[in-house]
Design a protein around this ligand. Structure first.
Ligand code: 13P
Length: 255
């Protein structure tokens, strides 16, 4: 059985006091109605990782970062290493988010380097994949997914896949209010599993957790999460408010 995961990607939101307020509220909701089968992860900006770690101590909430650099250490002004992330108490790191690909020109090669380094440093990876609108309209969704798995996960072993979560985030659904229908999400998730089985082998696709991301909200979460190959959600906008994020967690508990 694959565990359900609801992860919140805060993107470039929340000062430290705002971050503490948000997780403290989330913690209260979760202590009142504890999730029984859903793993909950929050991914605040780097600046808030330590204070959020402090605020979630002793709770079921887990912590992740949104990005990291591909080298261990050195003269890389403005960058953050996996060891720095680990030292805040974070256990996860999002790698290859479409906003990183788009604004910072991250490609499969850099993403692959980051994934290897994150795993070497014992961070679990949330690896984002997904097609743009133009790619979908040109019927290229499957080719894009194959490319992202083949090169983004190059030389990743079936054993290492135990520490990787895949997040399918169609770029056209991110921050646009346009969600993939449950059927569209299901179709791609099933394809991702099949490709993981083919490219990485040993039926890893059947075991790996695959999240859906892109305008997930309390109103549409249940339909998406009810799909057999949708194991959870990577939430953007709706995770910035404890109540709506918690409602998505509850939707996951009910499927
Ligand atoms: P939205 O939920 O705001 O569309 O963002 C999704 C996302 O990019 C999560 O990583």
């Amino acid at each position: 059985m694959r565990q359900k995961v609801i992860a919140g990607n805060w993107k470039m939101h929340k000062t430290n006091p705002e971050a503490i307020r948000l997780v403290t509220q989330l913690r209260k909701y979760m202590e009142k109605t504890p999730p029984r089968k859903t793993r909950v992860i929050v991914c605040p900006p780097f600046t808030a990782l330590s204070v959020v770690h402090e605020a979630i101590k002793g709770s079921k909430i887990q912590l992740g970062a949104q990005n990291m650099f591909w080298e261990e250490e050195g003269a890389f002004t403005g960058e953050i290493s996996p060891r720095m992330i680990k030292s805040t108490g974070a256990k996860y790191v999002i790698i290859g988010h479409s906003e990183r690909r788009r604004y910072f020109k991250e490609d499969e090669h850099t993403i692959n380097r980051k994934i290897h380094l994150a795993l070497k440093n014992k961070l679990k990876v949330i690896h984002c994949i997904g097609e743009t609108l133009e790619e979908r309209e040109q019927n290229l969704t499957q080719d894009i997914i194959i490319n992202q798995i083949e090169w983004g996960l190059k030389n990743i072993t079936p054993e290492q896949m135990k520490n990787i979560i895949i997040a399918y985030e169609p770029v056209w659904a991110i921050g646009t209010g346009k969600t993939a229908t449950p059927e569209q999400a299901q179709e791609v998730h099933a394809f991702v599993r099949e490709m993981l089985n083919t490219i990485i082998g040993q039926n890893v696709g059947d075991r790996v957790t695959i999240l859906y991301g892109g305008s997930v909200k309390p109103e549409n979460a249940a339909g998406l999460l009810a799909q057999p190959d949708v194991d959870g959600a990577l939430v953007g906008g709706a995770c910035l408010e404890a109540r709506s994020f918690f409602k998505i967690i509850q939707a996951s508990e009910q499927v």
